[in-house]
Design a protein around this ligand. Structure first.
Ligand code: ADP
Ligand code: ZN
Ligand code: ZN
Length: 733
């Protein structure tokens, strides 16, 4: 008997192994096995049990160990992951193994964490010990007092000696057992709700009616301005699903998973709610994965990789902030969790709700072509009013560390009224560059085509692209001058300026540096939620999912940052960011004000955003995309290559393309653009190039990608050039 195994390797194939005759139980597909591979051992998954192999039987190595009696991947997830591996052109073995929790990849049992506890045997009594064995009697008494078990740590804490447990066990007086924490349990007949749902407003009710009326696979795009009550719609849709006994998966962006979100779901429902996010230990992740698989977890809220969680009975998927790029994995297995969620919902024949105040143009396009049903919430729910937008023209205003005089006055007004202020600047560090005042040389990273960012706490230079860190140089390496000055404003520098202008007000800086410590973000958020006046200053970490009811002024210090991006998605991303940041203002009873500092007050995109709604902006952007045949009106794939020498990567792609074309005619529906050096050619010491492949039909695009990949694998230069393929890339760098 032969097992066809998926292994975590970059090789695009499966591997055959012999099942030794000594093994009594043939493993099922989806079970893990331990196999020899080269001079190592790997853990893989059984894909198929067969009696045929391309290799002679004698050449096949035997499987070392079978790790599961029941599959860890059920057929649905197995097929979904295989589908994803094919679609994203990623090695199947690696994709399947990566979809598992880390502990399962390491070969740990697919079982809950447990503690080993001790108790007295049922027949045990102190009379069975000699009266002089004081320490043993003492221990046995303790065990008898804890009939439900006690850990050896607790025994030590009680002053008894756990080393004597062995003696008592030998005398058949004590025994150990595995204790599993009480599983969350809940019955269909139990009361579902902790609190009464809100009375929906007419738009919410319409949305809810459409969702209720749907049958089987039904994709909805819930477009609702920030604060319009999308979450309330999710909650009521979840309630309906739970009533049928099914489970719900909620996908949220990386940073959006604030304790607030979780708290809101837990406050509403009496059912077990679990979260899967990057702050969990591997053990916690596996336990959560098991809870979902066994149907105990009724609502699972998770980031990107939660799409690979098994469910006993999944009845609804929600993707909140569906436009967010953190749903796309940016390295290795480059899947898009939102898009996989759609495939999963379709295969399970269940509804899926994509929600956003700033939907991706792809999603709007799908709604326009009737693939999704569009549900619209056009006004803020309850009493909250929409924020008032203002473009603050800073052409004539001197800036103090990025702050104009009018903005400083505005901040004074709001703080004076007892509310909070939020400032947004998407650049961490003190200053994005350090320049020589004598000769104009800027300190660059030696490994990247990028400037070094100056950081103040602790003082050093840091490359945000390759993570290289150096001390701050004393003198210019070109002219020797010691006149090195910071150029440009990062969050640390703006923080300094704010502290000078507002010495009595707490300034809470929220960026990757200030929140690196565990719980630092939670502590900062707790201060904001205390409601006292403060100035929040942060990067895009502030833009996502948070609710700051006391914030009445939101200012974007540099609204122009993304206006002239080389990336065709630059404008869409900028619009999304601005509206998301703005959406944090005035969410409760306080009217909000949004100020955008700009040098381009007449820019059409900014004008559209402040006077109209996102759909108007999206409509204009869509026309541009259609005219230049860009996604969503065509499909993109990006073949990236990198090598240690300039030119190698580009040459590799060039050869690849011409050989592919010599081998097979490029389909008419496919266009190749490039290869060109990447926009940042040198990064982390490697020289990079890319080839853009665009297709009007997916099938044609994918068949051409197959040709390119086969050719790439056979390239003789392949060893000195590393290449990756990105399907539906979200950025073109
Ligand atoms: P979104 O998810 O669209 O940003 P939320 O669901 O968080 O919006 O709702 C914003 C605020 O409006 C919340 O404080 C919420 O409690 C309130 N809200 C939502 N729906 C209603 C409603 N039907 N009636 C009154 N208040 C509502
Ligand atoms: Zn110089
Ligand atoms: Zn660098």
């Amino acid at each position: 008997m032969i097992l066809r195994i998926a292994l975590p390797t970059p090789l695009r194939r499966l591997f055959d192994y012999q099942l030794p005759l000594t093994v009594a139980n043939v493993p099922k597909a989806g079970c893990r096995v331990r196999v020899p591979f080269g001079n190592r051992e790997l853990i893989g998954l059984v894909v198929e049990i067969t009696d045929q192999s391309e290799l002679p039987l004698a050449k096949l190595k035997p499987v070392h160990e079978i790790l599961d009696t029941e599959p860890v991947l059920d057929p649905h997830l197995f097929e979904l992951t295989q589908w994803a591996a094919r679609y994203y052109q990623y090695p199947e073995g690696d994709a399947l193994c990566q979809s598992l929790p880390v502990l399962l990849r390491q070969g740990k049992p697919a079982a809950f964490a447990h503690a080993v506890l001790w108790r007295a045997c049922s027949t045990a009594s102190a009379d069975q010990l000699s009266s002089t064995a004081h320490r043993q009697r003492e221990l046995l008494d303790l065990l008898i007092k804890h009939p439900r078990g006690i850990s050896s740590d607790a025994i030590r804490a009680e002053g008894a000696n756990p080393a004597l447990l062995k003696t008592l066990t030998e005398k058949a007086l004590a025994e150990s057992f595995e204790h599993y924490p009480e599983p969350p349990h809940w019955n269909l007949t139990d009361d579902l709700l902790n609190e009464a749902p809100m009375t929906l407003n007419p738009e919410q009710q319409d949305a809810m009616d459409s969702i209720s009326a749907s049958q089987g696979f039904a994709p909805f795009l819930l477009y609702g301005v920030t604060g319009s009550g999308k979450t309330e719609v999710y909650l009521q849709a979840i309630g309906q699903t739970l009533k049928t006994g099914a489970q719900v998966l909620v996908l949220v962006p990386e940073i959006g998973l604030t304790p607030q979100t979780l708290a809101r779901f837990k406050a509403r429902f009496r059912v077990p709610v679990h979260a899967l996010h990057s702050n969990l230990t591997d053990r916690e992740r596996l336990d959560t994965w098991l809870h979902a698989r066994e149907g105990r977890s009724r609502i699972l809220i998770g980031t990107r990789s939660a799409i690979f969680t098994p469910f006993k009975n999944l009845g609804l998927i929600i993707v909140d902030e569906e436009h967010d790029n953190s749903f796309k994995q940016q390295e290795g297995f480059r899947y898009h969790a939102r898009d996989l969620a759609l495939v999963r919902a379709s295969r399970l024949d269940i509804p899926i709700i994509l929600g956003s105040a700033t939907p991706a143009l792809e999603s709007l396009h799908n709604a326009a072509s009737n693939r999704y049903q569009l549900l619209k919430l056009s006004a803020r729910a309850g009493k909250a009013k929409p924020p008032r937008f203002e473009l603050l023209d800073i052409r004539q205003q001197p800036l103090d560390s990025g702050l104009s005089e009018s903005l400083i006055q505005r901040i004074h007004q709001h703080l004076g009224a007892g509310t909070q202020v939020m400032l947004f600047l998407n650049r961490r560090g003190f200053s994005p560059s350090l320049i020589c005042e004598e000769c104009g040389t800027v300190v660059d990273c030696t490994r990247c085509d990028a400037h070094m960012t100056l950081h103040r706490t602790p003082p050093h230079l840091h490359c945000h692209h390759c993570d290289r860190q150096t001390p701050i140089p004393r003198a210019c390496n070109q002219c020797g001058s010691t006149q090195l000055k910071p150029l440009g404003i990062g969050t640390e520098r703006a923080e300094d300026a704010l502290a000078k202008h507002f010495p009595d007000v707490p300034i809470l800086r929220v960026d990757r540096d200030s929140t690196a410590r565990k719980n630092a973000l939670e502590q900062l958020m707790a201060k904001v939620h205390s409601g006292d006046p403060c100035i929040l200053l942060g990067t895009q970490m502030l833009a996502k999912g948070h609710h700051f009811p006391r914030v009445t002024l939101v200012a974007i210090l540099d609204a122009d940052a993304g206006l002239f991006s080389a990336d065709f998605r630059g404008m869409e991303k900028t619009a999304q960011l601005i509206l998301q940041v703005a959406g944090r203002a005035g969410r409760a009873d306080h009217p909000g004000e949004v100020v955008l500092q700009t040098l381009h007050a007449e820019h059409p995109m900014l004008q559209t955003l402040i006077s109209q709604d996102y759909l108007v902006f999206a409509g204009e952007e869509m026309r541009l995309r259609r005219a230049s045949y860009l996604p969503p009106f065509s499909h993109h794939a990006l073949l990236r290559a990198e090598a240690t020498r300039a030119g190698w990567a580009e040459q590799f792609l060039l050869n690849l393309l011409s050989e592919s074309r010599a081998h097979q005619a490029q389909p008419a529906a496919v266009q190749c653009v490039g290869p060109f050096p990447s926009p940042m050619e040198k990064r982390g010491g490697l020289f990079r190039a890319q080839l853009l492949i665009a297709g009007s039909h997916r099938a044609a695009l994918h068949s051409w990608l197959d040709v390119l990949i086969r050719q790439a694998e056979g390239q003789p230069q392949g060893r000195r050039v590393r290449w990756t393929l990105d399907i539906d890339p979200v950025d073109h760098y």
